[in-house]
Write a protein that binds this ligand. Structure first.
Ligand code: SF4
Length: 345
């Protein structure tokens, strides 16, 4: 049985004073929802920190509920059109587990429910009309909390109205509820694979989340020809060390999932204690790049506040220019010169 409140959680594991002192906090409240599978893993500090709330959420005065200004960029309550060629459709506010670092606290777990057919049709019409939209993220919340029949219907509407648009299926469920990925669900997806491809976007933040069951759920998509990409959130006390991130990348690759993004935490109210200083993030980025192949290396990325968009954060290996050459530092810290082509011949 899932854990849904702090008293129940306190009876299940011994909470710290900070954890015990967490309280609901108006619109900044992200509900507690810890499914049995995750509850069984709470002795693992990296899992515990992602799902057990803390009073530090209540003490955060820095962030806002909508740092990306999604509301200002929403065509409807559920359709966010923030980038010219991409849009996000918020299928539902429900998830199988609520992650304390969730960047969409303004929406997630607010008992809004799933999109109606009218809302799906309205979004599809908008996407069809705005031909500059090439990709749509089906997100929320977690789209796989919907029933198979609702998923089939939604995909069928989007695919018949916007056959040339790529849809990203965004989910954390493969990690927290892999049993959801049944033959019936894959049949609903398969029926709607006409037109532009689907891409699966997973969120694994720690190698221990990538269990055999999770890998099996992802392989169901891969077997349908749907490529899988992973988005990790850099989280203090969860994965802010090189060893963990290297292990995660290697495990993802072994399971045919491309490590795609390593996100700097957004300035979301209630998540300050989970954010990692950018200096440390850059140090980690440099160190893991020295160990990982290009295939295994995620892009360390920050989504700038006030709807500024995503930019890549990376250590610069170009130190400067000396005479007719660019001067580079190698990942091992050695110096190499690259002649400026304009000085040749
Ligand atoms: S699954 Fe995604 S939307 Fe749901 S709480 Fe976690 S991060 Fe937020």
């Amino acid at each position: 049985m899932a854990i849904t409140n702090i008293e129940q959680l306190n009876g299940y594991i011994e909470l710290s004073e900070d954890e015990k002192a967490w309280r609901e906090d108006g619109e900044n409240t992200l509900p507690i929802l810890i499914p049995e599978r995750i509850a069984a893993m709470l002795s693992n500090p990296a899992i515990r920190r992602q799902f057990v709330p803390s009073a530090k959420e209540n003490e955060d005065t820095v962030g806002t509920l909508d740092p990306q200004e999604e509301r200002e960029n929403s065509h409807t309550e559920r359709l966010v059109h923030r980038y010219r060629n991409r849009a996000a459709f918020l299928v539902t506010d429900r998830c199988f587990a609520y992650c304390r670092h969730c960047f969409r606290r303004r929406f997630t777990g607010k008992m809004i429910g799933e999109a109606s057919e009218g809302e799906i049709r309205e979004a599809a019409a908008y996407i069809k009309e705005h031909r500059e939209i090439r990709e749509v993220l089906l997100t929320g919340g977690d789209m796989f909390t919907l029933s198979d029949s609702h998923i089939r219907r939604m995909l069928s509407i989007f695919k018949s109205e916007c056959p040339s648009v790529i849809f990203r299926l965004c989910t954390r469920a493969v990690a927290v509820c892999p049993e959801r990925f049944t033959a019936g669900l894959f049949a609903a997806i398969k029926e709607n694979q006409k037109g532009a491809p689907f891409y699966l976007m997973t969120q694994f933040n720690h190698p221990d989340e990538l269990t055999d069951d999770a890998a099996k759920a992802v392989s169901g998509f891969l077997d349908l020809g749907i490529p899988a990409f992973n988005q990790t959130v850099l989280l203090s006390g969860v994965n802010d060390d090189e060893k963990t991130l290297i292990e995660l990348s290697e495990k993802l690759l072994l399971n045919r999932i491309k490590p795609y993004y390593l996100f700097q935490g957004d300035l979301v109210k209630g998540t300050r204690h989970l954010r990692v200083p950018i200096e440390r993030g850059l140090e980690i980025e440099k160190n893991i790049r020295a160990e990982l192949s290009g295939l295994g290396m995620p892009q360390y990325t920050i989504d700038l506040p006030e709807g500024g968009g995503k930019v890549i954060l990376t250590h610069s290996y170009l130190i400067g220019k000396e005479g007719g050459s660019y001067v580079f530092e190698t990942p091992e810290g050695k110096i190499r010169h690259y002649p400026d082509v304009s000085t040749r011949g």
